[in-house]
Write a protein that binds this ligand. Structure first.
Ligand SMILES: Cc1ncc(COP(=O)(O)O)c(C=O)c1O
Length: 372
């Protein structure tokens, strides 16, 4: 047992915050003195730098990842009944955004080894009403984008990447978010790039789309009293942009620390022959481990989680219910066996920059002892 209860939280942001806190508080003082709370310099700086980072020409800061996705869907000007393909295993926001944006979510099952949408199952779900595909780079692992882009081209579909969990990840050398037509990010505090509250961004290299997003996030307007369309109040908050401006320069370094920790977990799990499945990594991708999820036998998962909890190690399940098993979406009938099975086996272990090798090793030891 690890000494001191609660010694390993599921996420700990102190390591990151200590590095930026003083600078944030200094700049915050200027922001307050100038009362630049809505859009303004901090948001513009962030948009320019994040577009650069994502290798897109445009970034539009919005108030959450869900809004980024909703605005992306809304920009498609869907007709009633138009469909958008989303993975069955994702955070509920991906499907919610489709509905908020006026579309019908059509679920497609996932691959058991990547947890991402199975490209081989997409084509049979495409109908005359399909307008877009939203691959999710779940846990920070890039979805297999090449076959998805091929299908999008074949059927003239828009690809909206849900990169809410994958800031900085690479697919065949390309930044996620820049591969499809539109990329959506969340800056929820615990994300790889997290604000000190809610925030989100849309990236694209299509300047007409970017203009549409700028209008949609701000009451259909980019010019005072000119409202070209019906929009939202969904601007990235200036204070959050300020925090993100301080954090962005550290993103690659912090992602590397996550990757190092994942490597230690993987190596420790591989030492003995156990029935634990650790995450799979492909040579042509850069997985940024927002979540480090293992699979264990379903019969042992919940007791293992309870035991870890009692020993002071906090874990999570991402996600206990695939979309069609949530109350909100249980009207969606269909069979998504891989998502359903995976949801009974997965367990997310502590993962954040600042985790120590000793802690990681002790966590693995405890899991192995418990599963014997
Ligand atoms: C895959 C995915 N999509 C969308 C979102 C929504 O982001 P937000 O919480 O910023 O609205 C999240 C946030 O957890 C997410 O994990």
């Amino acid at each position: 047992m690890i000494e001191n209860r609660n010694i390993v939280p599921f996420v700990d942001l102190n390591f990151q915050n200590t590095q930026i806190k003083e600078e944030v508080l200094n700049d915050l003082n200027d922001l307050v003195v100038n009362s630049r709370f809505i859009l303004g310099e901090q948001v513009s700086i962030f948009e320019e730098q994040f577009a650069d980072y994502c290798e897109t020409s445009q970034c539009i800061g919005v108030s959450s990842g869900t809004d980024a996705l909703t605005i992306a869907v809304k920009s498609l000007s869907l007709n009633p009944g138009d469909e958008i393909i989303v993975p069955a295993n994702t955070f509920v926001a991906t499907a919610e955004a489709v509905v908020h944006g006026g579309g019908v979510p059509v679920l497609v099952d996932i691959q058991e080894d990547s947890y991402n949408i199975d490209p081989e199952l997409i084509e049979t779900s495409i109908t005359g009403k399909t307008k877009a595909i939203i691959p999710v780079h779940l846990y920070g692992k890039p979805a297999d984008m090449d076959p998805i882009m091929d299908l999008a081209k074949k059927y003239n579909l828009t690809v909206i990447e849900d990169a809410a969990q994958a800031h900085g990840a690479l697919y065949k050398g390309k930044r996620v978010g820049s591969i499809g037509d539109i990329g959506c990010f969340s800056f929820y505090p615990s994300k790889n790039l997290g604000a000190w509250g809610d925030g989100g961004a849309i990236v694209t290299s299509d300047s007409l789309k970017a203009q549409q997003f700028r209008e949609l996030r701000d009451h259909g307007s980019t010019k005072k009293n000119v409202h070209s369309t019906i929009g939202y109040t969904s601007r990235l908050d200036a204070i959050q942009a300020l925090v993100l401006n301080k954090k962005l320069p550290y993103l690659d370094e912090w992602n590397q620390l996550r990757k190092d920790s994942s490597q230690i977990y993987n190596d420790q799990f591989a030492l003995d022959n156990t029935n634990i499945v650790s995450p799979k990594y492909k040579e042509d991708e850069d997985h940024v481990y927002h979540i480090y999820a293992i699979q264990v036998p379903p019969a042992s998962r919940d007791t293992l989680q309870d035991h870890l909890n009692e020993s002071g190690i906090m874990t999570g399940i991402h996600y206990p219910n695939p979309i069609h098993k949530t109350k909100a979406f249980n009207y969606i009938k269909g069979s998504y066996p891989v998502s359903e099975e995976v949801s009974t086996k997965i367990l997310s272990l502590p993962m954040y920059p600042g985790l120590q090798p000793k802690q990681l090793k002790e966590i693995v030891k405890l899991i192995k002892t418990n599963l014997k």
